[in-house]
Design a protein around this ligand. Structure first.
Ligand SMILES: [Zn+2]
Length: 362
């Protein structure tokens, strides 16, 4: 199993998940990635702030990618009474937002707490109760007396806003609830697997860690980071939506069922040979695996697999219930199995194996 004890994995995950990192403002997660990985290889950044760490080792460049950002918002305007109107950054459903806590990262440097304003039931008309409120009709209440006060705090149009979460261990051992497991579970798997790989002297490839920015607004960091990471193979690490929900028949991401190997979604088709290799490795390592074909969604594979002449790519996900909310739920065993799987897979990726993934000569 992992170098870290389970408690240490949970500590890392807590720190990562509580960090504030909406798209374009990933500084807090980037600082953790720097602290954990900077000593393990050459550290570079793309122009948007993605982190690339080239590990040691000769052979094909195997990139491990996780995105640092989480779904959030940005200040669109401030009204005379000091309410903050906002635009979403990433996919939100109105149902999960009213009365939720947020932190506004003011240009002036302060982190301003607030909550998304909500009409109490006392004032709701019957028809209003049946409707989902549109995000453009929502606002953030930061408790300000007026616009001038908000401006004194250093808040400016365009400032990032992030969900504020709470990290809880649930009553069932090994299950945790917090915001941002999409994709802090991926960042955690990236950190832990890269640290373990750095200790293996017999590697026949060069692992490269990529902590990408701006996935939630179109996988932009993964695209620009590819110019530095120059992947021969891409292993995307994700917090993937769990589907063990009432009414869902075809289940491919059950909590506690092991990591998900995503075969395809509308944005990328995984390299078939790499998928089969990953399945073999999982079997030999005793890691349970859930193969998925998704009708919707997308990951950093969408841009990474199109880099240059194309890159054989797979997506390994830790199932998380209720993602893109303040309260997603994971099973730590899925996370720890994902670390084991990634390490064992990378150990198999020597030059000959990687070349065979894209050999179309016969
Ligand atoms: Zn994600």
């Amino acid at each position: 199993m992992s170098d870290r004890s389970c408690d240490q994995s949970v500590d890392l995950l807590r720190e990562l998940s509580l960090a504030t990192a909406p798209p374009g403002a990933e500084d807090e997660v980037r600082a953790i990635v720097h602290r954990e990985l900077a000593g393990l290889g050459r550290l570079q950044h793309d122009a948007h702030g993605s982190v690339i760490v080239e590990g040691t080792g000769a052979g094909p460049r195997v990139i491990l990618d996780a995105h640092m950002d989480e779904v959030g918002f940005a200040v669109q305007s401030i009204d005379d009474e000091g309410r903050i109107h906002f635009v979403p950054l990433g996919g939100w459903w109105g149902h999960v937002l009213l009365a939720q806590r947020v932190d506004l990262l003011a240009t002036g440097g302060r982190k301003i707490p607030g909550s998304i304003g909500c009409k109490p039931p006392h004032f709701l008309k019957a028809a209003e109760r049946e409707k989902v409120v549109k995000l453009e009709n929502m606002y953030i209440d930061v408790g300000a007396r007026n616009r001038a006060e908000v401006e004194e705090w250093g808040v400016m149009v365009g400032d990032p806003i992030c969900p504020r979460g709470q990290f809880d261990e649930l009553a069932s051992a090994g299950r945790y609830c917090c915001k941002a497991f999409d994709d802090r579970v991926g960042v955690g798997v990236l950190i832990e697997s890269f640290q373990r790989l750095a200790k293996i002297s017999s590697l026949s490839c060069q692992p490269v860690a990529v902590a990408a920015v701006q996935e939630e607004v179109g996988c932009r960091g993964a695209r620009t980071a590819s110019f530095i990471s120059r992947p021969d193979v891409g292993v995307m690490l994700e917090g993937t939506p769990a589907d063990d929900l009432p009414g869902m028949i075809s289940r491919q991401a059950v909590l506690g069922g092991g990591p998900q190997l995503r075969f395809l979604d509308p944005t990328a088709i995984s390299n078939r040979r790499l998928v089969r290799l990953c399945q073999e490795v999982a079997t030999s390592e005793g890691v349970p695996l859930q193969i998925a074909v998704r009708r919707s969604g997308g990951t950093d594979a969408s841009t990474t697999h199109l880099h240059g002449q194309g890159v054989p790519t797979i997506v390994i996900g830790v199932p998380a219930r209720s993602i893109h909310t303040h309260s997603s739920v994971i099973d730590i065993d899925d996370y720890r199995h994902a670390v084991d799987l990634v390490v064992a897979l990378v150990e198999k990726l020597d030059a000959e194996t990687v070349a065979s993934l894209t050999d179309y000569s016969s």
